[in-house]
Design a protein around this ligand. Structure first.
Ligand code: ZN
Ligand code: ZN
Length: 399
């Protein structure tokens, strides 16, 4: 039996445990940077396995190393990443394991990711004496737009030892059960937030000539910005500029002094992101100047596009073919979803895969971030085998 078949059957034997872990996390979801209970359970499990555990990395993150005494000091380290946070959503499912924390829900499947990570830890620790290198297990807080990966990186997760490669996964409810997306080229987009504040001069609704109407100025900016994707971005590239919120004024007879625009920009290329930011600033400042207003434009949150490395894709294709069979390994159209696994991949090239989690009996399961989201738990052993397999394959290849 190949190592991958062994890992697969060991992962399948873990199924009831994975389900119990996942349902417990699902019942007790915690928002980003508040994963105290979740991180505690993860840390306890890792300690029980005999691993050295660091907690409080990036506020609520957990890190553990799998290694043995025989490994040379210059042997490679591979990073495996699992995210733990839930979303501010009131769950509408009636399952026995539904959220007991009203208004907070695991609606993206990170409960499954955390359980998978605990399973991977178990399988790899069992064979730690055969590993020709180190595995750094990273349980990340606050993936959902809150910068958990960056917080962990700022706390030194990429140092001592520095990982040479990184792997991770997302279960995906729109993909048939246990299909695996190993994407060459871009998978998911960058995600940047912007906030524009336009400062005009308020006044009486009947005396517009004495004012600078912030609503009018911000409206011009919204329209002008739409020309950036249409007329500045290379048509062969992809970009999104969405103004999600426009707030201005409070009364029917007062001209607004201040307007704010909040939204997101996305692309598959850092150069495109830079172009979007530059043109947004030029247009906002130029329009404000023309109307006698001023503005401030900030980009308070940004994560890069998720792009797999060539070597990472090759390795993952081999591992996935062994574990789910060649017909189950696939590619998809890139999506404009953001995912901060990119922060790890930008520092340690590797591969981020999607694992199909759609129940064949209910193929139209709710999408991610929906109050009725759920997934087919039978994907969890596959996820465990894939990431444990990736770590083993990487260390074997680079010993
Ligand atoms: Zn999500
Ligand atoms: Zn997610």
């Amino acid at each position: 039996m190949s190592i991958y078949q062994t890992l697969k059957s060991e992962a399948e034997a873990l199924f009831p445990t994975l389900v119990a872990w996942r349902r417990d996390f699902h019942q007790h979801p915690e928002l980003g940077f508040h994963e105290v209970r979740t991180a505690g359970i993860v840390a306890d499990h890792l300690r029980e396995l005999g691993l050295e555990v660091s907690t409080g990395i990036g506020k609520t993150g957990v890190v553990a190393m799998i290694e043995n005494d025989q490994v040379a000091s210059d042997a490679p380290t591979v990073l495996l990443r699992f995210d733990m946070d839930a979303l501010p959503i009131l769950e509408q499912n009636q399952a026995s394991y539904r959220s007991q924390n009203d208004g907070v829900m695991h609606a993206c499947g990170h409960d499954g990711h955390t359980a998978i990570g605990m399973g991977v830890a178990q399988l790899l620790t069992q064979r730690r004496h055969t590993l020709p290198g180190r595995v750094k297990l990273v349980f990340q807080p606050a993936e959902e737009g809150l910068g958990g990966a960056t917080a962990m990186i700022n706390d030194g997760v990429m140092n001592d030892p520095k990982p040479a490669a990184a792997f991770g996964l997302h279960l995906w409810s729109r993909l048939p059960l246990n299909q695996v997306v190993v994407q060459s080229g871009p998978l998911w987009a960058s995600a940047g937030k912007f906030v524009l504040t336009v400062q005009g001069r308020g006044g009486h609704g009947a005396m517009p000539h004495e004012t600078v109407d912030a609503t009018l100025v911000a409206s011009q900016i919204v329209v002008a910005w739409q020309s950036i994707v249409a007329r500045n971005v290379d048509p062969a590239a992809t970009a999104v500029l969405t103004v999600g919120a426009f707030n201005s004024g409070e009364a029917y007879n007062i001209i607004s002094a201040q307007a704010t625009l909040i939204g997101t920009i996305r692309s598959f290329d850092e150069k495109v992101d830079a172009l979007l930011q530059q043109r947004m600033r030029e247009m906002a400042e130029g329009i404000c100047q023309a109307y006698g207003a001023t503005c401030e434009l900030t980009f308070p949150g940004y994560c890069a596009a998720t792009i797999n490395s060539v070597a990472g894709v090759q390795l993952m294709q081999t591992v996935a073919t062994e574990i789910v069979g060649p017909e189950q390994v696939t590619q998809i159209k890139p999506m404009m979803v953001g995912e901060d696994m990119s922060e790890f991949l930008n520092r340690a090239p590797g591969c981020f895969i999607l694992v199909g989690a759609s129940d064949p009996a209910q193929p139209m399961h709710s999408p991610h971030h929906n109050p009725t989201f759920d997934f087919d738990e039978r994907m969890m052993p596959t996820g465990v085998a894939l990431l444990a397999g990736a770590a083993v394959a990487y260390l074997q290849e680079h010993k």
